[in-house]
Write a new protein. Sequence first.
Length: 237
Amino acid sequence: MVVTEDETPQQSVNSSAPEKASTASDEETTTREAEGYLTASDGEGEGDGEGEEQAAPSKDDSYEDALTDEQLKERALSQAADAKAEGNKLFGAGQYEDALSQYELALQLAPEMPSSVEIRSICHANRAICFLKLGKYNDTIKECTRALELNPTYMKALVRRGEAHEKLENYEEAISDMKKILESDPSNKQAITTIRRLEPLAVEKREKMKEEMIGMIIETSFSFFSSFFIVEGNCSF
């Protein structure tokens, strides 16, 4: 009877002939083993595999490994995108600390490869705006700088870094960022307006710093000469 994969062969309960044949065969095999006459064909398929050569991995195997690695990277990139999207929702709800955590998770998940540059630069820029909302301006500047290292023409990162510099009264640095924006977009109204507004403040700050520097020099010189005259006055000739 031909047995298919889904079928199970039925054994006959009343058939005794096969059982006897099996018993006789077993006895014959046992006798031959005891007498040392077991041939190679008798033990065929019973070896433990020792001494067998293992086939070297084929080019197809290496190709499959490479595909698997790419698939893992794509899955990680997809997970990073999900974390970024969750961060966006939290940011929209005003939950900036929680949004920061999701953007950081996205950065940890995103593999460092060319196709992930965009999402990594965006996550750094989004972390920057969170820090800006929280009043952590130095952290804002750091995150914007990281975003710009990945994408030097990232307008939003330049704008946010400029805003953080302005909050810290780093007017020269803020103006510098606005000028970088104008290099890519000469008609950018926000950059033009910001430069016009900050230039007088930058001049005022430079003058103030100059006056403070002159004052420090005068004070240091006065202290030196005062000490000198005091020493001279205590000397006896």
